[in-house]
Design a protein around this ligand. Structure first.
Ligand SMILES: [Zn+2]
Length: 377
């Protein structure tokens, strides 16, 4: 078939299936490793029957035989080992990843690219505007510059700018960059771009005046974002914050390698899988010291554990969030509050136990029962 897939589609697709699963599906013996690599039996290239030579580098999801140096990605495997055409290999990966094949209509491709460009242009436009709000919240100038953080002046500033670049009102409305009244969607907000694989996929607008608005947080698209994902080093512990502000304040004070899902309850299974695909093995959850934060930690921690990651939960003092704690008590106080994190399993038990009152005999007996179940005591 004569169909060209967009390179970005193919790259994204490759990021959504695990090489080890592709091999296993086609009868190659595989073994999950605990470190940087998974293993496979290099029978198809060298006729070996042990796992001494076949390596899948988890970070890149590429395979390579240490005996003959034959290797590649999942598409290379399906083409050269299984014998598929490029087209069939892509279709097969899409099936495995449960991803819909793109409708390869050149007009549609063009309009997707226009939309992508509009978000990029909007981020660049907003980055030109400075506002002290984020600086007063404790975010360093270098961090603001590094992440292309800016400010939305509101009115029709962005609309005029993008119309000047050839976009129509209808397009901007469709992208949700302007509202039905024709005004910019982001109005008097600090703007933090959200990128994935080097492309701006969304814009987060943080209201700069908490008293004046019921809507502190506003995402243009708001679906499935994980702020900071492009910048993390998967080999180190990844910190999971509730909010972008927490992540950026922490980074400004030397606490690096954070991501945020834009809310305590917003972390999803997709996010957990995304981190896993990036090769992340250890996650430290640092949500706010309140009921929503604890509930979110339980949910996020479970999703991460289910993907086989090691998870810890740090607990901040009541009513403290990371940004506030760093600003009010200093970075050292923040770091020392997190010195003794609980493993996720332990955190879960404490949350369960906290539902009971130990001054009541009936409750005491229930707790004893729980201890038996959890701890075998
Ligand atoms: Zn080989």
């Amino acid at each position: 078939m004569n169909i060209r897939f967009e390179q970005t589609f193919v790259n994204n697709l490759l990021g959504q299936v695990e090489m080890i699963d592709v091999m296993a599906n086609y009868g190659v013996e595989v073994k999950r490793g605990q470190g940087l690599n998974h293993f496979y039996v290099a029978k198809f290239c060298c006729g070996k029957s042990d796992m001494d030579n076949g390596r899948i580098k988890i970070e890149t999801q590429k395979f390579m035989c240490m005996n003959c140096w034959y290797g590649g990605n999942a598409i290379d495997f399906l083409r050269t080992v299984v014998g598929m055409s490029f087209y069939t290999a892509v279709v097969e990966l899409a099936r495995m990843a449960n991803v819909e094949l793109p409708v390869v209509d050149p007009k549609e491709l063009e309009s997707l690219k226009r939309k992508q460009d509009a978000f990029q242009l909007a981020a660049t436009f907003y980055a030109e505007y400075e506002n002290d709000y984020l600086v007063t919240r404790g975010i360093a100038k270098e961090v603001i510059e590094k992440h292309g953080v800016g400010y939305a002046p509101g009115g029709r500033a962005l609309r005029s700018f993008l119309e000047g670049k050839g976009y129509t009102k209808e397009e901007l409305l469709d992208y949700k960059l302007i509202n039905s009244k024709g005004m910019d969607t982001l109005f008097h907000r600090a703007v933090i771009p959200v990128s994935r694989n080097g492309k701006i996929i969304d814009l987060y607008g943080r209201s700069i005046n908490d008293e004046n608005t019921s809507l502190k947080h506003l995402y243009i698209k708001g679906d499935n974002i994980l702020g900071g994902i492009d910048q993390i080093n998967p080999k180190h512990i990844v910190l999971l914050f509730e909010a972008a502000i927490d992540r950026l304040v922490a980074e400004s004070h030397g606490v690096q390698n954070g991501v945020d899902a834009g809310g305590a309850g917003k972390f999803t299974k997709e996010h957990a899988k995304l981190l896993k695909r990036k090769g992340v093995k250890r996650v430290f959850i640092v949500y706010d010291g309140d009921a929503a934060g604890r509930k979110g930690s339980l949910k996020s921690g479970q999703l991460l554990s289910d993907e086989g990651m090691e998870v810890w939960v740090g607990e901040l003092p009541e009513q403290m969030d990371p940004a506030r704690m760093i600003m009010e008590c200093g970075k050292d106080a923040f770091v020392s509050a997190l010195q003794q994190p609980k493993t996720f399993e332990k955190f879960k038990m404490y949350q369960e136990l906290s539902k009971y009152s130990l001054t009541d005999v009936e409750e005491y007996l229930k707790v004893m029962k729980l201890k038996q179940i959890f701890l075998g005591e």
